[in-house]
Design a protein around this ligand. Sequence first.
Ligand SMILES: [Zn+2]
Length: 196
Amino acid sequence: MALTFDAGADAGYTGQILDTLSARRVRAMFGVTGKWAKANPELMERIVNEGHTVINHTYTHRSLTGYSTGEQPLSYDERADELWKTHSLILELTGASTKPYFRPPYGDYDESVLSDVYSRGYTYNVMWSVDSLGWKGLPKEKITERVLDGLEPGAIYLFHVGSQSQDGPALPGIISALRARGYGFVTVDEYLRPEG
Ligand SMILES: [Zn+2]
């Protein structure tokens, strides 16, 4: 299965999460906003240097469709700008490209979002099969329970790095529990290949 971490609020547990992943030799994917990368250039560099994959999570984390925020959908140009600003900043900070991975803020997308981001080089919309709900304030034990309940071959887990969530502190126990059940870790790019 694959572990993905969203980074859009504070730096939170990012350092601890990177330490855990590197000690356990697990590679993950990080969905990063441009704003977060700008505020945390050293952590951004660590994510890339330690072998993780970066997902473009837009610059400002506005909903592209407005579903979750009740706002107007963003125009094509606004969507392109969100992607481009994030991409060029991360490229400048780390030398790594965010293409072809995109993750929509709040998970809000529709056909127009998919075709707009595709036209800018983002051919993978990286969603998830299990949300840890750590961001809702669940304690470590509940997070681990949710992870194990949602376990299946090909599962994609959503965690958050921010201090609001206990995902970071729960991670060492989660990795041990998953390994004990015989599961290994891949990044999404290792099992999602372009079709056709
Ligand atoms: Zn997000």
